[in-house]
Ligand binder design. Structure first.
Ligand code: FES
Length: 206
């Protein structure tokens, strides 16, 4: 005898009917992929590794600084100062009066008088500033504390205690004037000191 259910299509599911089927079951949540977990752990810095790196950086920095200081001993500290010898040219280059042509290069004012030429070392005898030549006032004026000097370099105002020194000057074989600021002539005028400005070498006769 034939089964009446055979050849019939399955009945559709109705909500609340209590019937179950494998195709309608909700999908379960899947666990996170292990690869993603591994990547996030690799991106975090290892505190121990960072600490070791900092320590080694400090050690290498300290050793490098010491090595540089050690190497510094092989290179002496030489102080290069400008030459104290200055070629002022021939006397015929100068008119009567004060010339500041060599003030910057040699710290010298060249003074020509009717019978002589001398070189004033431009260093204030108060505290060592460089006095300026003021043609309109016919005097040297120190910018630091106001000392004033005559065209011959003799102090007459301000705190300067004595005249400016004069540099040794002589003619070379070609007739040029050579000044030497390491050999100076002084005059401690107010203290009754010897006037060295009259010594040979303190001027050139013309
Ligand atoms: S340094 Fe020249 S007046 Fe003081």
């Amino acid at each position: 005898m034939a089964n009446p259910e055979e050849g019939r299509a399955p009945a559709p599911l109705r909500a609340g009917s209590g019937a179950t089927t494998t195709t309608a079951a909700p999908s379960k949540p899947q666990p996170a992929a292990p690869v993603a977990t591994k990547k996030s752990s690799e991106s975090e810095p290892d505190p121990g590794k960072v600490r070791r790196r900092i320590i080694w950086t400090c050690i290498w920095g300290f050793l490098s600084a010491n090595l540089l200081m050690f190497m510094r001993f092989f290179f002496p500290r030489a102080l290069f100062e400008p030459s104290t010898i200055c070629d002022l040219g021939p006397p015929s280059d100068y008119l009567l009066g004060v010339s500041d042509r060599y003030k910057q290069r040699c710290r010298i004012y060249v003074v020509r008088e009717p019978t002589r030429i001398f070189a004033i070392f431009a260093k204030c005898t108060h505290l060592g500033c460089t006095p300026d030549w003021k043609p309109s006032e016919n005097k040297f004026k120190c910018p630091c504390h106001g000392s004033g000097y005559t065209p011959e370099g003799i102090n007459f105002e301000g705190p300067a205690p004595r005249p400016m020194d004069r540099a040794h000057i002589e003619l070379d074989s070609s007739g040029r004037m050579i000044a030497n600021t390491s050999h100076l002539y002084s005059w401690y005028k107010s203290q009754g000191g010897k006037d060295e400005f009259e010594e040979p070498g303190a001027y050139i006769s013309v």
